[in-house]
Write a protein that binds this ligand. Structure first.
Ligand SMILES: Cc1ncc(COP(=O)(O)O)c(C=O)c1O
Length: 438
């Protein structure tokens, strides 16, 4: 702090002068003869002053994140991400990667060997799935019932696929019959569906889809970014070939390392590719050597990229918390709190976007904004007064809905009551008559 104050005091537009002073007083300047020369060169090249905003302490307010993600990480997860860095090939870090792999296998309920965490957020995992599986000319069928189907269709077409879609109005899910018809008609080599459509708050049942796909020589790709840990999902049992998720929802870790897994059937398609995977960064052939999930046991891991060390620690702890709580308990906690939230919202006279109770996603609830109310005013009021985030709609629900997330560490009865109270207060503030049971 003292240093920062002094720096600012001596700083003048003649930056080079200041820098020269700094270099002269630095220990480097007395080491060897070339040091002063280097300092001269650097100071003359730098034409912009250090940004003033970086000369003040980092400020991060505490907020309760009850939107569709990220959700707040638990103190245990945050503490893990502050642990000392290790080298990305140090044996201790490789051990942690193995633990992450085991945790993902548990969370996904799979024995797939090719299971790892992609460096990046949920989009990175989606991109990794597509870029490894799709080759130019492949027919891919995408189920679109919200934003995430649209995103996947976009990624597939960027990779040269012939993209076909089946669609449902926002707020509804697909029946097995819809899917069977689509697959038999379009004859795709891969079918994408989003398990938890967070833009609409819709849960897509998955039982039976794998059988339809496999009976038609088609792989099943599922997005579980917003659903994993909040609703039943069993990769092997449900015949899912490629499954990915994110760290910042139920797993309650910061975004940055995203679980993904490939079935032996999906690996077969990868092995039969005619063309190299077009992305070096997401090439599963290379990543599997770094994660030690494609090699014979005992063979050395190969450097591919520098893993996001702190994000991997945090994900490890998020997965450890899930393992300690138990998958079934975690799912039922999410289901119970979602039911409380749904009931509370309806008691206030609000309408849920998804009409069919069984199609409601427990992790993200979409609430229709009443006539004459501006969603943003309400969300801002709640943020300013309570430091709680609730979000607006996304895609087709944009401007018409709020999205309330109850995920991971945040999924508690206290938070349900807190957000209901805050919403009631905000609505009353903006002149809405709220049916009161709270
Ligand atoms: C269902 C779903 N898929 C994919 C994503 C993309 O994840 P990310 O924002 O971490 O890239 C999200 C993010 O909210 C999501 O809810």
């Amino acid at each position: 702090m003292l240093f920062l104050t002094r720096w600012r005091r001596v700083f003048t537009p003649t930056t080079s002068f200041v820098l020269r002073l700094y270099h002269m007083s630095s220990p480097m300047s007395s080491v060897g003869q070339s040091a002063p020369k280097m300092a001269d060169k650097e100071s003359s090249v730098e034409s912009f002053p250090p940004p003033q905003e970086l000369l003040t302490p980092l400020r991060v307010p505490q907020k309760t994140l009850l939107g569709p993600g990220p959700s707040n990480a638990s103190p245990r997860v945050l503490a893990a991400s502050a642990l000392p860095l290790l080298g990305h090939l140090h044996p201790e870090f490789l051990q942690i990667m193995d633990e992450v792999k085991a945790g993902i296998q548990y969370a996904f309920q799979t024995r797939n060997e090719l299971t790892l965490a992609v460096s990046g957020t949920g989009h990175a995992a989606m991109e990794a799935a597509v870029v490894n599986m799709v080759e130019p000319g492949d027919v891919v069928l995408v189920a679109v019932h919200g934003l995430w189907g649209e995103r996947c269709a976009d990624m597939c077409s960027r990779n040269g696929a012939e993209v076909r879609t089946i669609t449902k109005p926002i707020g509804q899910n697909f029946t097995l019959e819809d899917i069977q018809k689509g697959i038999e008609y379009h004859k795709p080599c891969m079918f994408f569906i989003c398990h938890g459509e967070s833009s609409a708050g819709v849960l897509q049942p998955l039982d039976g889809i794998g059988d339809i796909c496999h009976g038609n020589d088609c792989l099943l790709l599922v997005d579980s970014v917003a659903s994993l840990g909040g609703t039943p999902l069993y990769m092997d049992q449900q015949g899912i070939d490629i499954l990915y998720s994110g760290a910042q929802k139920v797993l309650g870790a910061p975004p940055g390392a995203s679980p993904i897994s490939f079935s032996p059937r999906a690996r077969g398609k990868l092995a039969r590719r005619k063309q190299k995977v077009p992305s070096f960064y997401f090439d599963m052939n290379l990543l599997s050597d770094y994660w030690g999930v494609g090699l014979q046991k005992g063979q050395p891991r190969k450097y591919h990229h520098t893993g996001p060390i702190s994000s991997v620690y945090a994900l490890r702890e998020g997965l450890a918390k899930l393992a300690e709580e138990g998958l079934e308990n975690c799912i039922s906690r999410h289901q119970q709190n979602a039911l409380l939230l749904h009931q509370g919202l309806q008691d206030m006279g609000l309408e849920l976007w998804v009409k069919d109770k069984s199609a409601r996603l427990p992790t993200v609830t979409v609430v229709r904004v009443p006539e004459g109310v501006n969603w943003k005013d309400v969300a801002s009021y709640i943020m300013n007064k309570y430091s709680i985030e609730i979000s607006g709609g996304l895609g087709a629900s944009a401007g018409k809905a709020w999205r309330i997330g109850l995920m991971g560490h945040n999924c508690t009865r206290d938070n349900v009551e807190l957000v209901l109270r805050a919403l009631k207060d905000a609505l009353q503030h903006f002149g809405v008559r709220v049916q009161a049971r709270l």
